[in-house]
Design a binder for this molecule. Structure first.
Ligand SMILES: NC(=O)C1=CN([C@@H]2O[C@H](COP(=O)(O)OP(=O)(O)OC[C@H]3O[C@@H](n4cnc5c(N)ncnc54)[C@H](OP(=O)(O)O)[C@@H]3O)[C@@H](O)[C@H]2O)C=CC1
Ligand SMILES: CC(C)CCC[C@@H](C)[C@H]1CC[C@H]2C3=C(CC[C@]12C)[C@@]1(C)CCC(=O)C[C@@H]1CC3
Length: 342
């Protein structure tokens, strides 16, 4: 039976590496769907995948995870195209306008938390968030809420009698409880929307397990480690990509002390691939699966307990359901208004 796999943010970085690795390891019986916001980049990824795997079944889908109407349209299209969905990789993510605190970085270098700083980026990164045309905070909408809505819209495919399906969130070691507040789930008031959105995805994954396991749907989270991608290049914008490459020997050295420096998208996708091969019933909903690379360059996956609890995850879930019904109502009103005008 052919497995249907949908990956959001599949045109670059970790998402694209996952597609490449899936096609290499599972050459037959895979239907890949690349869900991307930029169809030109999606087309380039499609061509690259087909160049190395000419017989592969790879489809493209336009989806902007920050836009409610785009998610609803894309989900409709998925329901028309496929009669099952085995894996949904919720990978698209942004970290807009990152601010790198150089002082905190140098202080951290000479403190006892130097390893934590390199492993999680804690204390040295903030971001300036924006607002989407739907009126949502951009990071929250892109990284979390769009994906939540997608899962809700694809429920009929994901929760079918007699089969299991897996959701896999690309979370981060930068997901900190301290950046998240139930009173401000969109992180309108803080300066760490990225960390907040990733912590929220850890909580949401737990809640989804609570509500959907009985229907055969399982959710897990991974951390890819520190990977050099478009997202990380933007952290030091005045630092061109080739300078990052020049830093590679330093990064390899750091890897001797923290195996979280996976560095390449191929390595970062390790835990995603590992999860693909697991029986979902055997996974622990309180655990984050980390892609790690040893000093000698060996890739492996390691589980780490997350700093999450059931009560907070349930409260977040309730708030997301509430927001979902609000945005749906608003969308209906807009559609009615538009049809009246015609
Ligand atoms: N790199 C790292 O060190 C780490 C990354 N992560 C997470 O990994 C995931 C992948 O990021 P990474 O590969 O590093 O970075 P990339 O920037 O290479 O990939 C991000 C992908 O998400 C897509 N995307 C962004 N916004 C949207 C949107 N609104 N709708 C649809 N797609 C969108 C991008 O598309 P486009 O090309 O159009 O921008 C791109 O394909 C993210 O969730 C990130 O938070 C987690 C921990 C560490
Ligand atoms: C020699 C210097 C130029 C080195 C600078 C290193 C930092 C820019 C990076 C060290 C740890 C990195 C890290 C991330 C971003 C870049 C660092 C802070 C992330 C926060 C990127 C996004 C994530 O989801 C987690 C990463 C953790 C580690």
């Amino acid at each position: 039976m052919s497995k249907v796999v949908l990956v959001t943010g599949a045109n670059s970085g970790i998402g694209l590496a996952l597609c490449e690795r899936l096609l290499s390891q599972i050459p037959e019986g895979l239907q890949l769907c690349l869900a991307c916001r930029n169809m030109q980049r999606a087309q380039a990824a499609h061509s690259a995948l087909l160049a190395s795997h000419p017989a592969a079944q790879v489809a493209l889908l336009h989806m902007d995870t920050s836009s409610i109407s785009s998610i609803i349209r894309a989900a409709q299209e998925v329901r028309l195209r496929y009669d099952r969905l085995d894996y949904l990789f919720l990978n698209a993510g942004i970290m807009p306008n990152p601010q790198f605190d150089v002082n905190a970085f140098f202080k951290g270098l000479f403190s006892s938390s130097v390893i934590t700083m390199f492993a999680t980026g804690e204390g040295i990164l903030t971001q300036k968030d924006g607002v989407t045309p739907d009126g949502l905070q951009e990071v929250f909408a892109t990284n979390l809420f769009g994906h939540f809505l997608l899962v809700r819209e694809l429920e009929p495919l994901l929760c079918q009698a007699g089969q299991t399906s897996q959701l896999v969130w690309t979370s981060s070691s930068n997901a900190h409880r301290s950046a998240f507040s139930l009173e401000d789930i969109q992180h309108q008031r803080g300066t760490q929307p990225y960390s907040s959105s990733k912590y929220a995805s850890d909580l949401l994954s737990l809640a989804l397990n609570t509500h959907y396991n009985k229907q055969g749907l399982y959710s897990s989270v991974i951390c890819p480690g520190f990977v050099m991608t478009n997202l990380t290049y933007s952290i030091l914008p005045s630092f061109p990509a080739f300078l990052w490459t020049l830093l590679m020997p330093i990064f390899w050295l750091i890897r001797m002390f923290t195996n979280t420096f996976t560095l390449t998208a191929y390595n970062g996708a390790e835990a995603l691939l590992w999860l693909f091969k697991q029986k979902p019933e055997s996974l622990d909903p309180y655990v984050k699966y980390h892609s790690l690379t040893s000093g000698l360059g060996t890739n492996y996956t390691q589980p780490h307990k997350m700093d999450i609890d059931l009560e907070t995850s349930e409260s977040l879930y309730e708030k997301l359901l509430q927001l979902e019904s609000e945005v749906r109502k608003k969308l209906m009103e807009e559609q009615e208004e538009a049809s009246c005008r015609i």
